[in-house]
Design a protein around this ligand. Structure first.
Ligand code: SF4
Length: 74
């Protein structure tokens, strides 16, 4: 896989998932925990609109590498 270093943001207007490619270990914990949102074969691979904020928050908290974080609208 290419060693590209990108930070991507996926928002539903209120909540934003931030993903940092250089930190991601591709452990697929996010995919297992919330497959409706984390779909690595799709483009975009994160579909934030497919889950509730609470589910997203819980899944992001379980990311072992810290590649996923959440930003809330100020
Ligand atoms: S849980 Fe975190 S480290 Fe694992 S694939 Fe998802 S974003 Fe990457």
């Amino acid at each position: 896989m290419d060693k590209i270093n990108v930070t991507k943001e996926y928002t539903n207007g209120e909540t934003t998932i931030v993903w940092q490619s250089n930190k991601c270990m591709h452990s697929a914990k996010c995919v297992q925990n919330l497959p409706s949102v984390f779909q690595p074969k799709e483009q975009p691979w994160i579909k934030i609109e497919n889950a509730l904020d609470e589910e997203i928050k819980n899944t992001v908290a379980k990311c072992p590498s810290g590649a996923l974080t959440i930003k809330h609208k100020q």
